[in-house]
Write a protein that binds this ligand. Structure first.
Ligand code: 2U9
Length: 344
């Protein structure tokens, strides 16, 4: 048995001396020291030894195990060290290299303008009210004094989903919903931004989808001068404190009287140029006193209450403010365009 132990020790030391990697090392551990390994096999013979021989053999066997284990440990550490070293060499990083800039998303220019206008009106005590883009015929037309035979209801002009449901053509149905929900109670002071849809051939100044902002104020004693004051404030905040506005008579089914609103040309300051077609004025929005029929339709007593409303196309405002010549820029998502509005 002693001879077997010596043989085993030598065989183990010999094979360990030219082991190539951790896997081989592990195979040898199993082969010599494992549960069913060579040392265990030899130890099975212990039973046949005399009681005097047994502890001597036991001690020798433990010594052999200790020698093999220590060599295994030494070799394992050497391999692990070599692997670590190789990693350190191959994965060396240069912390002085410039970092990679992560491209961050940013707000769309239309969102920026909408938020700017929202903030402005919130400052005047308005609340923001949003509503569905898919509307019923009632809220989109009927409640706004656009009767069944009105030309704006032509199938050619709107995107109908069913006979009674369409993509909203303005954000006004939202105001009608708010008024209805308030059950004739004043004041109403809301700003309604949102996307609207019209059947149109897209070109430099037309888009079948665009962004509107409409405002509505209803209370006792609301007069056209209140409308004028608010619009002048808006125009000066948006285009500069030196601009003036002028109101031109117009017609909308939901307002009476109605007015189109011009602002002094931001390009030539009123002296006349290509942008304002030598008029010195640019049209920025439509407005008027809420039609009594519209008040009554949504449950307001038109003898007691009056109101004003206005509406603007946000793309148009942005185009005038920044000198953008084609409305399609807002929807093409060309980063060269979009990035100009998000300088940090
Ligand atoms: C209610 C009552 C009245 C909203 C108004 C306009 C005038 C207007 C256009 C501007 C450019 C639409 O985007 S555009 O093409 N809008 O001229 N809008 S008054 O009047 C309302 C709204 C809701 C209950």
């Amino acid at each position: 048995m002693q001879e077997k132990l010596v043989e085993l020790k030598e065989a183990a030391l010999a094979s360990l001396s030219d082991v190539k990697d951790l896997a081989e090392l592990n195979d040898l551990r199993v082969k010599y020291l494992g549960k069913r390994g060579a040392l265990t096999e030899i130890m099975k013979g212990m039973g046949k030894l005399s009681p005097e021989e047994r502890p001597v053999m036991g001690q020798q066997a433990n010594e052999v195990r200790a020698v093999i284990e220590s060599l295994l440990k030494e070799k394992t550490e050497a391999f692990e060290q070599a692997i670590l070293q190789e990693k350190l060499e191959s994965q060396r990083i240069d912390v002085t290299l410039p970092g990679r800039v992560v491209a961050r998303g940013a707000k769309h220019p239309l969102t920026l303008i909408v938020e700017q206008i929202e903030d402005l009106f919130i400052g005047l005590g308005f609340e923001i009210a949003e509503g569905p883009e898919v509307e019923t015929d009632y809220y989109n037309f009927e409640a706004l004094n656009l009767p069944k035979d009105h030309p704006a209801r032509d199938m050619q002009d709107s995107f109908y989903i069913t006979e009674d449901i369409l993509m909203r053509t303005h954000t006004s149905p939202n105001q009608a919903r708010v008024m209805e929900a308030k059950q004739g109670e004043a004041p109403v002071k809301i700003l309604c931004p949102g996307r609207v849809y019209r059947r149109d051939d897209d070109d430099a100044t037309h888009s079948h989808v665009f962004t509107q902002i409409e405002g509505l104020v209803i209370d006792e004693n609301i007069r056209m001068s209140d409308l004028k004051g608010i619009l002048l404030f808006f125009a000066q905040e948006m285009f500069g404190s030196d601009v003036e506005i002028r109101l031109r008579p117009s017609f909308f089914p939901f307002t009476e009287p109605s007015a189109e609103v011009d602002v002094t040309c931001a390009v030539c300051h009123g002296t006349g140029c290509r942008v304002c077609k030598d008029t010195g004025w640019l049209e920025i929005l439509g407005s008027g006193m809420v039609h009594p029929k519209v008040l009554e339709m949504s449950g307001y007593d038109s003898e007691k209450y009056t109101g004003f409303a206005f509406g603007m196309g946000v793309e148009r405002i942005a185009m005038l403010k920044y000198g953008i010549e084609d409305i399609r820029h807002f929807y093409n998502n060309d980063l060269r365009f979009l990035k100009q509005f998000n300088r940090r």
